[in-house]
Structure formats: structure tokens, C-alpha cells
Design a protein around this ligand. Structure first.
Ligand code: HEC
Ligand code: HEC
Length: 88
């Protein structure tokens, strides 16, 4: 290996390090997840063992304008409920 080539790879390594630190800092500063979780009650407990896509078919039974618990007016786009409202 020649000397100039070595120097170049040093710069690449430094650039890699700087980028990594920047990305990590960004991730650590990301806001906490605040979207409400799926409640643990009779209405929702039956969804725990289901596949996400399976469970989501039932949400609109209650969470629709005619249901017992309509979504708020300003609710974000709502397909795939469980990607945002996590079960745990
Ligand atoms: C049988 C009716 C029913 C079904 C089906 C149902 N929900 Fe609900 N849900 C409710 C009711 C009633 C409330 C309000 C009272 C409560 O918090 O349990 C509610 C509340 C919620 C909340 C608000 C929790 C909070 O912190 O305020 C979320 C999120 C939610 N449901 C998501 C879902 C999702 C996602 C599905 C489908 C997987 C679903 N629900 C299916 C009746 C239902
Ligand atoms: C893109 C993310 C996203 C998706 C997808 C989504 N929601 Fe929400 N939902 C939110 C946010 C953000 C709020 C605002 C209040 C909060 O933080 O819970 C909310 C609020 C709600 C509320 C009222 C909760 C409360 O605390 O008053 C219910 C009920 C609810 N969503 C049910 C659903 C159902 C059912 C679906 C699927 C049909 C769904 N959501 C899909 C992000 C989402």
C-alpha cells in the first residue's frame, strides 16, 4: 500500500465515525412515542393474540362515526391502526 492511499482511508474512517455519531445523536433526541396504546379491557383484549391485519378488521365496529367510540375529527390517516396504537 502506498502512503497517499492510507491517508485517504483515514479520512473515510473519520467521515464514517462522524456520520455514525450524528445519526445516533439524532435518534436519541427523537421525541418519545406518545400515541395512546390499545387499552387493556374487554373490548380490546381479544385482539392480543391476533395478527395485526386480522385484528384491524374489527376496529371500525366501534371506532367509526356510527360506533360507540368514534375517532376524533382530527385523527391522522387511519389504515393500519396497530402500527400507531401499539399493543403490549
Ligand atoms: C367492541 C368495541 C370496540 C372495538 C372492536 C375496538 N374498540 Fe377501541 N375502544 C372502545 C371503547 C368503548 C373505547 C373507549 C374506552 C376505553 O378506553 O376502553 C376504546 C378506546 C380505544 C383507544 C383509546 C385509548 C386511550 O388511551 O384513550 C384506542 C387507541 C383504541 N380503542 C384502539 C382500537 C383498535 C386499534 C381496535 C382494533 C384492533 C379497537 N380499538 C377495537 C371500543 C372498541
Ligand atoms: C398514523 C398513526 C395512526 C393510525 C394508523 C391510527 N391512529 Fe388512532 N390516533 C393517532 C394519534 C396520533 C391520535 C391522537 C391521540 C393519541 O395520541 O392517542 C389517535 C387517536 C385515536 C383515538 C382516540 C384516543 C384518545 O386518546 O382519545 C382512537 C380511539 C383511535 N385513535 C383509534 C384508531 C383506530 C381504530 C385506528 C384504525 C382504524 C387508528 N386509530 C389508526 C394515530 C394513529
Amino acid at each position: 500500500m502506498t502512503a497517499p492511499k492510507k491517508k485517504k482511508s483515514l479520512y473515510i474512517n473519520i467521515a464514517f465515525l462522524v456520520t455514525s455519531v450524528a445519526i445516533l445523536t439524532f435518534l436519541f433526541n427523537a421525541p418519545e412515542e406518545t400515541t395512546s396504546k390499545l387499552p387493556h379491557d374487554e373490548d380490546h383484549s381479544r385482539f392480543a393474540p391476533m395478527k395485526k391485519k386480522e385484528a384491524e378488521k374489527f376496529c371500525a365496529e366501534c371506532h367509526s362515526p356510527e360506533g360507540v367510540c368514534p375517532l376524533p375529527e382530527d385523527h391522522p390517516p387511519k389504515y393500519r391502526c396497530l402500527f400507531c396504537h401499539k399493543r403490549d
